[in-house]
Write a protein that binds this ligand. Structure first.
Ligand code: CUA
Length: 348
């Protein structure tokens, strides 16, 4: 990147960057136009209606209905345009497309840790292919951070205790800045990184250089055995905990109503199993808060995702196969409707 000057606008390197800049230009131009208009009118009227002599008394002024309607309706219309335009962009940025390449991001004071589905892990660097939708699933180990890539016009808060998402479609090969955009302590300004947008073949080569320890789902499976989860979450439905096959992404009937078994739900069910109990099961699973790292949770989630809902060709869990004997884990979680028939809406 050119270090001799700081550009007024960052490069437009994502599919949405042009639209964001369009809205921004509209806001700036509208604001500038009215600021100028008002400033000029103030000066003009101050001169035109100035006091001509010490004993001059001006005539009374009455309202002008037409004038008042005009200066109400025009700003209303303009602000509605801003609202609709901004809301439409906001919704686009809030909804990652289904075909997105998913990557996990964990923020902590003061670094970014990233995990790819194929198993590669990076720190303060993100390698992605050009012209693919990229979805980041993000969380924090400590305080609030914010993952910001100015060239993509894309940013989202990264919160402890939950997942937030951010997506973009990079359109230009190159390197771009990552900033933390939420003040998070002494070295906040050092919490930076680099996005490498690569040609698909270069990206494939890069992918092939890592992941020696297996994909995220494979690491999750190892963790699943190691933590003893496998002892209760048996795949034959005979365990004390719900069978996890075919569950991910499906509605689950629980004591607090029907919820979707997404990443946030699986995460919560590991850390705090009592929060939502699957119908027909008891709250006997131990709490894993503090026992699994955020990255471990991401691996477990990917393992559960790999089990379904199209579980025909995935590795089946072998009950009792945990490394080192695993402590007998009591139960708690997931699965509503293993046959995938769908669940009726909550009765509230
Ligand atoms: Cu992390 Cu600022």
């Amino acid at each position: 990147m050119d270090t001799n000057h700081i550009p007024i606008f960052p490069e437009q390197a994502s599919a949405i960057a042009g639209s964001v800049d369009g809205l921004y230009a509209f806001l700036v131009l509208t604001t500038a136009f009215f600021s100028l208009l008002i400033a000029v009118l103030i000066v003009y009227f101050a001169i035109k209606y100035r006091r001509r002599s010490d004993d001059y008394i001006p005539g009374p002024v009455h309202g002008g209905l037409a004038l008042e309607i005009i200066w109400s309706v025009i700003p209303l219309g303009l602000s509605m345009v801003m609202f609709a335009w901004g809301a439409s962009l906001f919704f686009t940025e809030s909804r990652p497309p289904d075909d997105s390449l998913e990557i996990y991001v964990t923020g902590k004071q003061w670094m970014w840790k990233l995990q790819h589905m194929e198993g590669q892990r990076e720190m303060n660097e993100l390698h992605i292919p050009v012209n693919r939708n990229i979805k980041l699933t993000m969380t924090s180990e400590d305080v609030i951070h914010d993952f910001f890539v100015p060239a993509f016009r894309s940013k989202s808060d990264v919160l402890p205790g939950k997942y937030t998402t951010e997506w973009f479609r990079p359109t230009k090969v190159g390197t771009y800045h990552i900033f933390c955009a939420e003040y998070c302590g002494t070295r906040h300004s050092n919490m930076i990184g680099t996005v490498y947008v690569m040609e698909p073949n270069h990206y494939a080569e890069w992918l092939a250089t890592g992941g020696a320890q297996g994909s995220l789902a494979q690491r999750g499976e190892a963790l699943f055995q190691q933590l003893g989860c496998v002892n209760c979450h048996q795949t034959d439905g005979q365990g004390r905990c719900p069978n996890l096959i075919g569950v991910f992404g499906k509605p689950v009937r629980t004591n607090v109503g029907v919820v979707t078994a997404d990443a946030s739900y699986v995460r919560e069910s590991i850390l705090n199993p009592g929060a939502k109990i699957v119908d027909g099961y008891q709250n006997i699973m131990p709490v894993f808060q503090g026992l699994v790292t955020e990255e471990g949770l991401q691996q477990l989630i990917e393992y559960v995702r790999s089990l379904g809902p199209t579980a025909s060709d995935v590795t089946r869990i072998q009950p009792g196969g945990s490394a080192g004997g695993g402590h007998a884990l009591p139960p708690g979680r997931v699965d509503p409707d293993p046959k995938g028939k769908g669940v009726s809406p909550p009765q509230q």
